[in-house]
Design a protein around this ligand. Structure first.
Ligand SMILES: [Fe+2]
Ligand SMILES: [Fe+2]
Length: 196
């Protein structure tokens, strides 16, 4: 039997929907496995109230970064490139926690931009007393290239990419955000935005 174009697109849509559903389960598992101490912390409650990038919060932004970085990690894994998901989840959820209380702590946005990765580190250490130094490095230098040090591991690179992706989308008006997500969905990170 010859399949029509419509058959192919519905097959493709079905496959994509299934893939997205499977990835959602996987993302939830990874976040709960490695990120539960952050989600259970008092500071996370503050993160969900601290405004960030117009209409977002530090909490919702950090979760977007985490989901995007995990999707990239799965994509790499399918191509034989390993990344450490424990490190990704820990770094993604903690990378901006230093921003909390920014209006009281920082004189202006430039100071906040420079200081918040440094201030996120003691918070991450308190939540994860066993955190490894590479994860700390990923938090410390996540603003690259606006800071000196480029990433020295794959996970750090994914955090930087996911952070830029999330921050760019969060700064857009809603109609542009939808088009931005659609464009990336097709061209770069298949399925990533649809499942957010
Ligand atoms: Fe940041
Ligand atoms: Fe961020």
């Amino acid at each position: 039997m010859k399949l029509s174009e419509a058959d192919y697109s519905s097959l493709w849509a079905g496959e994509l929907a299934q893939r997205i559903a499977e990835q959602r389960v996987r993302i939830e598992n990874d976040i709960h496995t490695y990120g539960q101490p952050v989600l259970d912390s008092e500071i996370w409650q503050k993160a969900l109230r601290q405004k960030h990038h117009n209409y977002w919060t530090v909490g919702s932004h950090s979760m977007s970064v985490c989901v995007a970085a995990l999707r990239m990690s799965y994509w790499l894994e399918e191509r034989g490139i390993h990344t450490d998901r424990k490190r990704i989840v820990r770094a993604a959820l903690c990378h901006d926690l230093g921003i909390i209380g920014r209006d009281e702590k920082y004189k202006n946005n430039a100071v906040c931009c420079h200081r918040h990765p440094i201030d996120s580190i003691p918070i991450a250490r308190e939540i994860y007393p066993d955190i490894d130094e590479e994860t700390i490095e990923d938090i410390r230098w996540h603003m690259w290239p606006m800071c000196l040090m480029p990433p020295t591991n794959r996970e750090g690179f994914l955090i930087i990419l996911a952070d830029k992706y999330a921050a760019t989308g969060e700064g857009l008006p809603i109609d542009r955000l939808e088009r931005y997500q659609k464009m990336l969905n097709i061209s770069i990170l298949s399925g990533m935005q649809t499942a957010r």
